[in-house]
Design a protein around this ligand. Structure first.
Ligand SMILES: *Cc1c(COP(=O)(O)O)cnc(C)c1O
Length: 367
């Protein structure tokens, strides 16, 4: 299938498997699109904030190139976080930031450290530059930071940490992350991927942006796809000192973030009501799912994100089987066999009614 002239390390890549689109499931299973519930991609079930919709509609002309430097959006981020614009990199989704980090800091043959059961883009970004992955065994489905430190080799140039982690939802307290940063050699860049940080409880929250001033090798990555509801627009950002940011800026596409996404992001960042409402809805939905799992006697990993990983059987076919049984009922979740978790599925937390339908379908799928 893959062209023989492609480098071996590119041909070895397993393509990213996303959540199935609603239209595809409707076609494959002969279902009505309107009745399908998609809880597969950790999107915000409220959709885009109204403020962002309005801002997007106000973009004068899609026939003009966007501001390639994202002046106004960076100004909004500067206002929010108190960091200089020279510390901000905008990305076409935070996925872009993760890839830019690998391309900017890792040469072919060098190594990258990340955890087992962590985000699927880390192996992709690593392999795309022909680097070696040092995958560190998870501890209780989350990152084992001591083992990650011990895994560092002479040629390690990058470490990916997801906090909270996807697909497991595990969380590392801020003090532990900072203790880790203190011990990582200065020539290794640490990408702290915080796509779900806005869902953290008040007790869990920590100030990673303040760490950027202390650690010249830290790159904090944030997404607008999850709590901010802009997944379809593709927008995220990285915050790091000017030295890192300068390199990312040299290799990014000149117009990597489109005009509609920039306008929508400015509005969404300021829409604190929407963020609060989304986090509250998520907390209620999480209780709804975990209460049902407890009643059903299902094991789950306590999650700090907007999704939950639940074990649906003991055999290696369980996740795929239950996933199919749910698809037939019009419920799209995420099988996670590709993460090495074939007995589990990951369910994104939806609206109350969507969660109810998912729980009912899961009960049927498990009999
Ligand atoms: C969803 C996700 C991202 C990337 O999201 P974008 O849509 O590209 O911003 C990054 N990291 C983790 C852990 C995620 O779950």
């Amino acid at each position: 299938m893959s062209h023989p002239l492609g480098p071996d390390y590119i041909r070895a890549i397993a393509p990213y498997q996303g959540g199935k689109p609603i239209a595809e499931v409707a076609r494959e299973f002969g279902l009505d699109e309107a009745k399908i519930v998609k809880l597969a991609s950790n999107e915000n079930p409220l959709g885009m904030p109204e403020s962002a919709r309005k801002a997007m509609a106000g973009v004068a002309d899609g026939g003009r190139y966007p501001d390639g430097n994202g002046f106004e959006l960076k100004a909004a981020l500067t206002e929010k976080y108190g960091v200089p614009a020279e510390w901000i990199t905008l990305g076409n989704g935070s996925n872009d930031i993760l890839e830019l980090a690998a391309r900017a800091f890792v040469q072919t043959g060098q190594s990258v450290v990340y955890a087992e059961y962590s985000f699927a883009v880390y192996p992709l970004a690593t392999q795309a530059v022909g680097a070696r992955a040092l995958v560190v065994r998870a501890k209780d489905y989350g990152h084992d930071l001591d083992a990650m430190l011990a895994a560092i080799e002479d040629d390690t140039r990058l470490i990916f940490i997801a906090n909270p982690n996807n697909p497991t939802g595990t969380f590392i307290p801020g003090e532990q992350v900072e203790a880790f940063l203190k011990k990582v050699p200065a020539h290794i860049v640490v990408v702290l991927d915080e796509a779900y940080t806005e869902f953290l409880s008040a007790e869990q929250q920590y100030d990673s942006i303040a760490w950027v001033a202390k650690y010249p090798n830290l790159l904090v990555s944030r997404s607008m796809s999850k709590v901010y509801g802009l997944a379809g627009l593709r927008i995220g950002y990285g915050i790091a000192q000017a030295g890192i940011t300068d390199l990312l800026n040299r290799i990014r596409q000149p117009f990597n973030v489109n005009a509609f996404a920039q306008a929508a992001a400015i509005a969404a960042l300021r829409d604190t009501d929407f963020v609060a409402r989304s986090a509250t809805l998520n907390a209620a939905g999480y209780r709804q799912f975990t209460t049902a799992f407890d009643e059903m006697g299902l094991q789950y990993v306590p999650s700090s994100g907007n999704f939950v990983l639940v074990k649906v059987g003991e055999d290696a076919g369980a996740g795929a089987r239950v996933n199919l049984a749910l698809l037939k009922q019009g419920i799209i979740v995420r099988p996670v066999g590709n993460y090495g978790l074939p007995q589990w599925i990951r369910i994104s937390i939806g609206l109350e009614q969507e969660n109810t339908l998912c729980i009912a379908a899961l009960k049927k799928a498990l009999v």
